[in-house]
Design a protein around this ligand. Sequence first.
Ligand code: NAP
Length: 492
Amino acid sequence: MAEMKPVDAFDLVIFGGTGDLAMRKLLPALYRRFADGQIPADSRIVGVARPHGDDESYRASVREALAQFVKGADTSTIERFLSLVSYFGLDATQELGWNEFAAELKSRPSRIRVFYLSTSPSLFVAICERLRAHELNRDGARVVIEKPIGNDLASATTINNDVATAFDEHHVFRIDHYLGKETVQNLLALRFGNVLFEPLWNAQRIDHVQITVAETVGLEKRGAYYDNAGALRDMVQNHLLQLLCMVAMEAPASLDADAVRDEKLKVLRSLKPIDANNVGITTVRGQYRSGASNAGAVPSYIEDLGKPGSTTETFVAIKAEVDNWRWAGVPFYLRTGKRLPARVSEIVIQFRSIPHSIFATSAGPIAPNRLVLRLQPDEGVKLWLMIKSPGPGGLRLQEVPLDMSFAEAFGVSQPDAYERLLLDVVRGNLTLFMRRDEVDAAWRWIDPILAAWKSGSEMPKPYTAGTWGPSASVALIERDGRTWHDSDSTDP
Ligand code: NAP
């Protein structure tokens, strides 16, 4: 069993405490850590939203959310958890109520104080200004911000400047929940806790890398946001690039936050630029048409959105390259999209073929080794190896996985990424959070792609909902004599 170390008692304020993220992710994550005994009972969790309720009505909403989003939540633990939860009605853009709010927090002066900005980024400046004016940003107080951190480099700079008015960089926790996933940390453990992989982790031994983040869902209720963002901003700028960094970075000197983030930054800065000159051969954008999902027939993106003429991409595939000695000539194929056939996130490290075969052709083909790191749904790692097919009948070869499904291997269900990350914030551990210069570097790579798409005449290519994107995405990788890894997962 994993060892559970409790954190020190804390005050966590969720601005946007009545919103979707708070109810669906943050409060359930806090509940689970509380249920496991990691959150001391004298901690306080304060939901803030514009005034329209009281502690009791807020707790009732949280109770309902926990019943809906935490499988097997137990009534008496929910009630104990709710005794930590309170509500404060504040309009972030108005001064009214801030004195009382500040006094309430300052009633416990030596507390670890965390402010989670789970609101539209347009409110960050107002919230941060008031936190500073009321001196709530002092004594090591931390602020957590969520994606989207901007729509491009310029808007990201504005958001980061707004937050920097009240918090220095060492107290800013930029969440990318992909980094909180067990498998991503296992990538660190595999690479740097074993001697086996690192000597092979380079262009001499690795043929290419694939990173897929596939969703089966369409727009859900996020149409207004998504249509302004698209798959490149919504998924690639943050999640996929962060995963690419974890695969491609050099060994940091330690797990110290800045040591790790320095190495990730170097990767981002080494990405070969994609602009009008090469965007046509290195990227594919798509938009889903009507089709079918596991749940039956589904409408097109345009019908989902209710806005004819939108050219927002719901799928993107990119051939990226990290221009340095370790990775020279090794493509990183990235793809992500909505309304794909399976909900799956995985990283595939495809090793090179053996240089020479000693086996007769009757032994069968020899597949190159593959390391597959599955982030969701069932987190785990598979290393595909060639072995002798068991039994008599001559020496025939067979490809088999060394399979480590974490849930099966350890008999524990993996914590949601938010559980780990929220407690890391309380502990003040920044290792799994993005530094400002990483966000900037990611936008510096993304912005020219967006500009090239905008200036070109080509529209996103249509693909049928329930398929793996436009055929051009297959062509992108097959032109290089490679194929997308077949995901064996389907939505539960
Ligand atoms: P949401 O459901 O629209 O919630 C917004 C919250 O902000 C509500 O609690 C709202 O409460 C509060 N709010 C709005 N105006 C306010 C004001 N003037 N003063 C104080 N509170 C105010 O949004 P969300 O989906 O939870 O997302 C929150 C942030 O996280 C967004 O930036 C979003 O892009 C990001 N995010 C969300 C998800 C997700 O899964 N939902 C995932 C990744 C990132 P009242 O209206 O009652 O005041």
